[in-house]
Design a binder for this molecule. Structure first.
Ligand code: MSP
Length: 511
């Protein structure tokens, strides 16, 4: 039986249009899902939309729509964005679905039955934008006297009856869990932050609201709706069929990885495991958090008008170019900046020159000099062996980096081989061998075809469309594109289609 692998994205709030931050986590999750499928895993990839809560209710009111109609519309935009970005999720979950309501109700009932929930009253600060409670000490006071959360979100004073989850009782169990599972939180720096936050002591968490209606009713007390984060986090088990232990997808729980943004780490690394511990459900294996994108060095914000629409980006540069840039430009866990100049540089240097030219040069030499057929392997020289060995080690090298979510380093490993292949083709100069030693010329071109095949195979998760085109041009059948298939060389004589460029250069208009 194939091992299973469950990867999730955050579910996105439907208060506004998808932006590059959403696209980023979805693309990273897609790279993981595609990688694991090619590596022999039975994959479950879950994404979707987070539709309840005050923030969505407010956005719907501003749009003059009832919250459900509004959520339907924005959720459809997120679904369309996923399709446009070639996100290969297996399921798109919406928190307004009846099955999710049933799942949250069951989780609440389990927590209540185990004595982890009590009724009290919440009095304190709340930021609707973050859907988060804050302590006085976390806030800063602005010049005009208003208070803001550490995220910059405005806060309001809330006072209402509320159910509480006994989070304070989970401090020791959580600390023991982080200690026993050092890989649970990534990157390492964030893990230390979480551990010290929990060491500092945990307060019980308000998990219901009474001042608005847009949420899942609390079982037995419909004057309350569940706190949107309890509702949202539960999506990950709803997707697997919770609370039915016989559900076919339950075999995927616990999740292998939740990919999230650094701003929502506390919810995933503290509250979520505590809820699951309380309910007696297995804990996810890893929560890996990504840094934030800024635009030309500035924070993205509606007021600055610099929010990047992923669809426009794709229109301008091409889908695989954007996927590549986002995964290549910065370490997953770190912050980074998007700028037009940086995208052009990556596309022109790494895609058009390094990879595009290598494949175009090699394949057109084969087309012209080998009758458009894959040449046979010849005697392997030391130079050939070095390059072939480097190519053969790619799946292992990338796997190790992808399992740590350092996607930029995974790509660097592939580029080391691509750059070495460019040096090799210049040194071997197969074009010059055509007259002097055609057998050696064929052998060199075959080495290049094999190296390109390995490179294109491991890059499929990052750039699915263009790498499929490259593998077509290399004559690799569709059922021989996974990592295991790399062990079996293609038969010499395979007819190759006419080569055509995969990555055009971006030509800037001259001023
Ligand atoms: N609904 C919650 C998640 C619930 S998961 C159980 C939520 N939604 S969100 O739509 O506001 O944000 C989704 C993701 O987008 C977060 O992981 C957040 O970090 C990410 N990003 C939002 N802006 C971003 C950037 N500028 N750059 C990178 N990612 C950012 O939070």
């Amino acid at each position: 039986m194939r091992p299973s692998y469950f990867v999730s994205t955050p579910i996105y709030y439907v208060n506004g249009a998808p932006h590059i931050g959403h696209a980023y986590t979805s693309i990273a999750a897609d790279v993981l899902a595609r990688w694991k499928r090619l590596d022999g895993y039975d994959v479950f990839f879950l994404t979707g939309t987070d539709e309840h809560g005050q923030k969505v209710e407010k956005a719907a009111a501003e749009a003059g729509l009832d919250p459900q109609r509004f959520a339907d519309r924005v959720s459809a935009d997120f679904r369309a964005m996923a399709a446009r970005m070639a996100i290969s999720h297996d399921q798109f979950i919406r928190t307004t679905e009846p099955r999710h309501k049933a799942s949250c109700t069951a989780l609440w009932q389990r927590l209540a039955a185990a004595g982890h929930i009590y009724l009290g009253a919440y009095e304190g600060w709340y930021a609707v934008r973050d859907e988060s409670f804050y302590d006085e000490g976390e806030l800063t006071t602005r010049a005009d006297g208003s208070k803001v959360a550490p995220t910059g979100a405005p806060v309001e004073w809330v006072r209402e009856p509320s159910y509480f989850f006994r989070l304070s009782a989970f401090q020791d169990r959580l600390l023991a869990f982080y200690e026993a599972e050092p890989d649970f939180i990534a990157p390492e720096g964030r893990r230390r932050e979480v551990v010290s936050f929990v060491r500092g002591g945990l307060r019980d968490l308000s998990i219901s609201r009474t001042s608005f209606r847009w949420g899942i009713p609390v079982p037995g007390d419909p004057a309350h709706v569940m706190y949107v984060w309890l509702d949202a986090l539960t999506n990950y088990i709803t997707g697997c069929g919770f609370p039915d232990p016989e559900a076919p997808l339950w075999r995927f729980w616990p999740a292998d990885i939740h990919l999230i943004g650094k701003d929502i780490l506390r919810f995933h690394a503290v509250y979520w495991p505590a809820f699951l511990m309380g309910a007696g459900v297995a804990l996810p294996r890893r929560v890996s958090s990504n840094g934030w994108w800024t635009v030309e060095g500035e924070k993205m914000s509606k007021s600055l008008g610099n929010v990047i629409d992923p669809l426009k980006l794709i229109e301008t540069y091409g889908l695989d170019q954007v996927r590549f840039f986002l995964m290549r430009e910065k370490p997953f866990g770190a912050d980074g900046s998007i700028s037009h100049a940086a995208v052009v540089l990556r596309v022109n240097v790494e895609l058009a020159n390094d990879l595009g030219n290598l494949s175009q040069r090699s394949l057109s030499l084969i087309a012209r000099n080998c009758d458009g057929r894959l040449p046979p392997r010849g005697d392997i020289t030391a130079d050939d062996a070095t390059l072939l060995d480097a190519a053969a080690s790619l799946p292992g090298l990338l796997r190790e980096r992808i399992d740590r979510q350092v996607f930029n380093e995974a790509l660097e490993e592939a580029w080391k081989v691509i750059r070495a292949a460019n040096v090799y083709i210049d040194r071997q100069a197969p074009w010059a061998l055509r007259k002097t030693d055609p057998v050696r010329m064929a052998a060199v071109l075959r080495v290049l075809a094999d190296v390109l095949r390995a490179v294109a195979t491991v890059l499929q998760p990052f750039m699915p469309g263009s790498m499929a085109a490259m593998l077509d041009q290399l004559g690799v059948p569709e059922d021989a594109r996974d990592f295991a298939a790399l062990g079996a060389p293609l038969p010499a004589g395979t007819t190759l289609p006419a080569p055509s460029g995969v990555f055009p250069r971006i030509v800037e208009p001259t001023a």
